[in-house]
Each structure stands twice: as structure tokens, then as C-alpha cells.
Design a protein around this ligand. Sequence first.
Ligand code: B12
Length: 280
Amino acid sequence: MTLREVMDAAAPLWGVCPFDAVSERLIDCRAKQRLPAGAQTVLIAAFPYLLPPALYEGRNLSRYAAVTDYHAVALARLETACVNLRALYPGASFAAFADNSPIPEVGAACAAGLGRRGDNGLLITEAYGSYVFLGEIVTDLPLPGEAQPVRGCLHCGRCAAACPAQSISPQGVDRARCLSAVTQRKGALTPEEAALLRACGCAWGCDICQEVCPLNRDAAVAPLPEFLEAPCAAAAPGCDLTGRAFAWRGRAVIERNLAILREPADKTEGTEQEDGTATV
Ligand code: B12
């Protein structure tokens, strides 16, 4: 197999980002320890996840949470690619990452030419819009490819105007305000946060800045086959958390959010007790 064949089998869209382009901007996290010594190249891949519209009917989850947890899906594909790359380049090191990664994935994907960076902070690809997950293989193998300048979006202002939490500004995304982060926060939400969650209608994640993006209008519905195996766009109290994007946070947080969505607007204070059990 050639490098191209290996990576084409892993993802429908991928590119090469020199490690130098990201080395000054690494995210401080435990996964940093897994970076190969003398890293030279990031092979960054995009995994499309937009499902056919019928599968989103009655949804109360953001689109990314409606499919099998992408960490497992992307990592399985990238690990297979690593096995093949080790056979192709004996002696070189390869390490796979997805999300839980020191690589600033949006910047790396832009530098590899996979798309542009939206004002909502997301990678927007030509074919799939922003409905892609990102993952990468970092290697000490020097592969040809220059970092491309990061292209911006249309700056039309729609995402900033539509965000009910007003988390998007010319300075970037205020990650404390972002509703996706609010849905993932532990403990009791403030009445204002609960009202925002209800405005979004999602018990996990938020898609509003993506839904209004004109560059997402023609996003291809071509999810990875794994994402079509067990899609579930609506969570219910007591639902099975296995393989779901919200499992890592534990049951209390998703149950709290589902309770907020069920409650009338004036009953959202004290949504979680000290022990993490929902009270509403
Ligand atoms: C922390 C995190 C969050 C936080 C904070 C998000 C934020 N915008 O800061 C929260 C929980 C809010 C969040 C929410 C979401 N997230 Co998130 N998140 C991440 C994570 C783990 C780290 C992001 C980070 O800290 N980056 C570092 C900062 C400094 O980078 P930055 O914000 O992009 O901006 C800098 C760079 O662009 C840099 N820059 C400028 N020029 C250049 C040039 C180069 C070469 C480089 C490298 C950088 C660079 O300058 C900017 C300012 O410093 C990434 C995975 C990862 N490892 O990257 C996923 C990730 C960005 N999230 C993802 C997703 C899907 C989401 C949600 C859409 C999920 C949802 N539906 O609810 C929302 C979207 C919310 C939003 N509009 O951002 C995907 C995005 C895929 C895509 N198409 O872009 C990622 C890549 C995960 C993945 N593996 O697929 N997320």
C-alpha cells in the first residue's frame, strides 16, 4: 500500500501539516506525552458525520452526539492506518489522536488545506461543511508539504448573531459561554444557563452556529458507515450511555439536561444536588 492508499482508507478527506506549524501552539494535555520524539509531520483527517434529515426527527441531541462516539470510530480508523504505515516505513514512529490531542486540530486541518476556519472556530470543508470530526497521526517521518495560510470564512456574522449565549465575537469563541460547554458543565446550572439550554433544545452539545452557516447549506450527507450503524438523535431519561459522546461525563449531567428540557421555563433552579442526582 502507498501512503495515499493507507490514508484514503482511513478517511475521505486528509492532508499533511508540517509539525512545525503547530509546535508553538500545542494544547497542554496528558496526551502530549504520546507525541513521537522528533515529530515532523501531522497527517490530519476529517470524518464526516452528517446524517440524513429523517434520522434527526424529534432530536434533542446535537448532531455530533447523535452518532456513535467518534473518538472510538476515528481512533480505530487511525490505528489501522498506523499499522499499515509502520509496515510501509519501518523504523518510523506513528501515534494516533482524536480530540483528546495536543494538536490544535482546527488550525492543523486549515494548515493542511482541508478547509477554512469559521468565525465559530470550526473547520469548514468544501464538501461536508463543518460537520466533520478531526483526528490525526503524528509521525517523526518528514513528509513533503508546506503549511498553507489559514483561510477565514465569509465573516457574514450569522453565527455570532444566532448564538443565544452570545459566545461568538471577532475575538473568537468564548468557551465559558458557549452553549455546548454549558451542556457539558457539572453541577447545577444557573436559571439563565437553563433557559439557554432550553432555547437550544439540545440535552448535549449545540449546533446553532453550524445550522445558520451559509457554508453548511450544501454540506454532503455522506457519513462514515460506522455512524449509520446505531444513530440515536434523541436521548431519554435512563438511556444506555454505552458508546455515546456524553458517556464520559457520567449520567448526572445528561439527566440534569433532560430534566431542564422537560420542565416549564420557571422551574429550573436547583437542578442538581450535591451528590449529582437530579432534583427536577
Ligand atoms: C476544547 C474544545 C471545545 C470547547 C471549547 C471550544 C472553543 N472553540 O474553544 C467546547 C466544549 C466549547 C467545544 C465545543 C464544540 N466542539 Co470542540 N473541541 C475542543 C478541543 C478539544 C480543543 C480546542 C482548543 O482548545 N483549541 C486550541 C485553540 C487555541 O484553538 P482555536 O480555538 O481553534 O483558535 C486558535 C487557532 O485557530 C489559532 N490559529 C490561528 N492561525 C493558526 C494557524 C495554525 C497553523 C494553527 C495550528 C493555529 C492557528 O489561533 C486561534 C486563537 O489562538 C478540540 C479538539 C482539538 N484537540 O483541537 C475540539 C473540536 C474543536 N471540537 C469539535 C466539535 C465538533 C465541537 C462542537 C461543534 C460540538 C457540538 N456540536 O456541540 C462544539 C462547537 C462550539 C464552537 N463553536 O466552538 C471538533 C471540531 C470539528 C470541526 N469541524 O472543526 C473538534 C476538532 C474535535 C474533533 N476531534 O473533531 N469544543
